[in-house]
Design a protein around this ligand. Structure first.
Ligand SMILES: [Fe+2]
Ligand SMILES: [Fe+2]
Length: 490
């Protein structure tokens, strides 16, 4: 009897982990058993492909790219690498294994079984959360559309395309939830996700950072380091959700996100490495002389850090937010690593310290913790960002160069939240509007900075060769050599 039970458990394990690639839409959610859902998604699929061809990575239809494709949602489900023609990538619907006993572990419903369907009272809030997350995924693909034309190496080109196809899959993940759980409204939202465009004046993407241009590879690496990591923290908070399908789909998305952030961190590190090499070799400190050697001066790197960090902090929303409080008490969105926090997971009588500017000074104010959940998630985020910046700073240190990259004050260059519309310097001084206008050009990338960085961007696609402004990576993809042919041009 005992062994029979075990056998049954094993079988269900296999069916839920493995991804069925024999279907038109690869999935591990038994799509074939729900005909109307399957038909609805099969109608959305060509619209997705049209969107991909129109706004996805330009001129890639003929390329074969060494990509990883998920074969299961297990830890080793990523082991599958091979050449894929870009438009033939198998986008699909992958959720992590369902835990039948999963309980809600925070908020008003704590201790109740996780929801397998959407409770009526939370329907519009959950739809809004899913649409907002879903909208960022195609947006970043659109933002990165033209980068392939100026790639610093074949290795980097491959990594760009890997990110692009996975962001496309993240859109599939959110669209599955909309179609499966939100009826007609969900289908309409899924259509609209293919209609908005990053940077479009009439029909832009929902969040500001996703309407900014990513016009060169430095912006791309900064984006994947700073902004994809916002994605990680939002997904991690949703992975705690009482709505179990949302928790399971975001858990799997997180495994893909880790690679995007690696590309960002290592990309900036490699640019920094190359700059430090040149500064040592020619004994240079003056930024214009550094630029004269065709690498990005450290001061310019700092300005890009300031920009991408501050724009990404706005994605966390207002520090004080009644929406965030009701998402938490409702069980829709938890805190980062909720399960590891040793409190009552209700926060009814807790306080949290939030900085704000008052009478020309920055002060910390204690506010009810429930209302400060956006600030808290941001603080968790910036601890991780700071650790990454510390790793970057080992590079100039190793070269004996005294320069260190720093993160500006959280109030710097903000449009949203308590610092929105205020004038805060990177070192946390409250400035007048006039002082801001005279000083801030030194803190943010100028047109000239963008023009200079863009001028370095040639297209390097010979295997094993790298643009002058960036060092090679420490190792190749999937244990392949650095000079491996990661992209086949036919
Ligand atoms: Fe994503
Ligand atoms: Fe990402």
């Amino acid at each position: 009897m005992g062994s029979e039970c075990k056998h049954m458990a094993d079988t269900s394990d296999v069916t839920q982990h493995a991804i069925d690639y024999s279907q038109r839409i690869p999935n591990n959610v038994d799509l074939a058993t729900d005909r109307s859902l399957q038909r609805a998604l099969e109608r959305w699929q060509p619209a997705f492909l049209n969107w991909w061809n129109e706004t996805g990575p330009a001129n890639t239809a003929a390329l074969e790219v060494y990509l990883r494709t998920a074969v299961s949602v297990d830890r080793d489900g990523w082991a599958n690498f091979g050449y894929v023609r870009m438009p033939e990538y198998r986008w699909g619907i992958f959720l992590t294994l369902r835990d039948e006993d999963r309980k809600i572990h925070f908020g008003d419903h704590k201790g109740e079984p996780a929801w397998q369907d959407v409770p009526g009272e939370y329907r519009s809030a959950l739809r809004r959360i899913i649409v907002t997350q879903g909208d960022t995924e195609p947006a970043s693909v659109e933002q990165q559309r033209l980068l392939g034309a100026t790639c610093p190496s074949m290795y980097d080109l491959r990594n760009l395309f890997q990110v692009n196809v996975e962001e496309g899959r993240h859109l599939w993940a959110m669209v599955y939830l909309l179609h499966r759980y939100f009826g007609r409204d969900g289908r309409e939202e899924a259509e609209a996700l293919l209609q908005r465009r990053s940077g479009d004046l009439n029909n832009p993407r929902i969040l500001t950072a996703f309407n900014e241009k990513t016009s060169h590879w430095l912006a791309y690496y900064m984006f994947t380091f700073f902004t994809d990591r916002d994605g990680k923290f939002q997904l991690a908070a949703l992975a705690e959700s009482a709505f179990d399908p949302l928790a399971r789909t975001t858990k799997f998305m997180l495994t893909e996100e880790a690679h995007h952030m690696f590309i960002g961190e290592s990309g900036v590190a490699r640019a920094l490495q190359r700059t430090c090499e040149v500064m040592r070799e020619y004994n240079l400190t003056d930024p214009m002389q550094v630029r004269g050697q065709g690498v990005i001066d450290l001061e310019t790197l700092q300005r890009f850090v300031n920009f991408h960090y501050s724009v990404t902090l706005d994605l966390f929303g207002s520090e004080i937010s009644s929406n965030a409080a009701s998402y938490y008490t409702g069980g829709l969105k938890g805190r980062y690593a909720e399960g590891n926090i040793g409190d009552d997971h209700a926060l009814a009588s807790d306080f949290y310290s939030v900085p704000e500017s008052q009478d020309g000074k920055i002060v910390n104010r204690e506010v009810p913790a429930l209302t400060a959940l956006n600030a808290r998630l941001r603080d968790d985020y910036l601890r991780e960002i700071q650790a990454g910046v510390d790793r970057w700073n080992r590079i100039p240190q190793k070269f004996g160069i005294p320069f260190r990259l720093t993160l500006p004050h959280v109030g710097f260059h903000r449009k949203i939240g308590s610092f929105g519309g205020q004038h805060i310097s990177p070192d946390g001084r409250v400035l007048s509007k006039d002082d801001w206008e005279s000083e801030s050009p030194a803190w943010l990338p100028s047109e000239d900075d963008h023009a200079f960085v863009s001028s370095l961007m040639g297209r390097v696609i010979e295997p094993g060769k790298f643009a002058n402004w960036i060092a090679p990576p420490a190792r190749g993809v999937n244990n392949q050599p650095i000079q491996f042919e990661y992209v086949r041009f036919n």
